[in-house]
Design a protein around this ligand. Sequence first.
Ligand code: 4AD
Ligand code: MG
Length: 465
Amino acid sequence: MESIRRTKIVDIFKQLEFGSKVDVKGWVRTIRGNKYVNFIHLNDGSTIHNLQIVADAEKFGEEFFKPISTGACIHVQGKLVESQGKGQKAEIQAESIEVYGTADPVTYPLQKKGHSMEFLREIAYLRPRTNTFGAIYRIRHHMAYAIHKYFNDRGFFYFHTPIITASDAEGAGSMFQVTTLDLNNVPRTEDGQVNYSEDFFGSPTNLTVSGQLEGELGAMALGAIYTFGPTFRAENSNTPRHLAEFWMIEPEVAFYDIHDNMDLAEDFLKYLIRYALEHCKDDIEFLNEMFDKELIERLKFVIENDFVRLTYTEGVDILEKSGHKFEFPVYWGADLQSEHERYLVEKHFKRPVILTDYPKEIKSFYMKQNKDGKTVRGMDVLFPKIGEIIGGSEREADYDKLVQRTKELEMNTDPIWWYMETRKFGTAPHAGFGLGFERLVLFVTGMANIRDVIPFPRTPNNAEF
Ligand code: 4AD
Ligand code: MG
């Protein structure tokens, strides 16, 4: 057969040049047949749709199809023709088939039948080959691209903040330590402490929990920046919404106050959801059909409605008066749990909510302090099914107030001396927020567990693959 170049299945369906010779490569999803003909459903990852290969049994011989089972990888050349069968527009009449790799039907774990999400997590090395995970990872890609496009189109600069840092940006203390010291033989100082001067960086270091502090430095020079990178939290929270390693997007803008920040967050989220509906139509329709019949409706609903904006104090008031029995008690000063957030969003307002002005005790040191002395200019965006999807704030730009707050919290500011200094040199109002990338992908895909929207999840007791 003459040499022709491989075409991706997604492009075959786009162009539909019936009668043309095509060359496709992919993995067998199913194969069935009889004495006369074999039907192979082939998927190459470029789309949710399989391409049907029709192969004449007599032409190839019965033995030929034995190694072609579910999971095998094959290379097919043939003629693209209009399909007579239901459910597909086109099929290939095979002229040649080459087997790249077989998949033993006895040991290949992904046979045709539906598998539980739990089982698929155990075989995360193969789950990208399922319809569901193919759809999720394609959507994840499109969301990452849309995030860069959104900011680039609006003059924000992608600012790379470090992965290894010496500071705890959130002051939450849930960090993964980074060290090259021999843990079986730790060097000690005279008073018995770990001697970090012998460690790689000469001081204690950890994986970043947020790029914000360095991001603020970027904003105070370039005006508007965003980060998009991995973040790490050693919280022992085994929930469907927490990962130990997740990706975060953190825009930071000079001269923004909290209202500008809320406008940005709302516009950004709506843009991303609109983008998904436009560019991931087939995959979202598949997930809507198979997993969550309300997915598309929910996505459209978020785009079409204004987010409700209210203060934490007003939110707590609503929760207290709701008469609803919560697992965790709710009172002014309590850190809101996912059940409280979802009550406000799903039961009370039935719309996304932005809560602002939280008690300073439950928020980080860098948030701008309100005149009441009790609350700070923090904001959380709360979504249906998810709870908190974004956390952010206007930042404390006043040096004295920032110092006073770190003292109240008995923070050691040595590792962030440079952050404190920026308040002395051309300080300015500024604000920003962090979007948890996997929480966004959870929302857009309608999945129920955050472990299913990142290819290789990292959670307590699990770093396999
Ligand atoms: O609310 P967080 O902790 O805020 C910050 O880190 C700020 N420095 C952001 C900023 O103002 N620049 O985290 C931000 C978002 C959360 O709203 C949530 O979506 C996500 O990050 N997130 C997690 N996602 C998955 N697993 C975890 N363990 C997460 N912790 C936070
Ligand atoms: Mg938060």
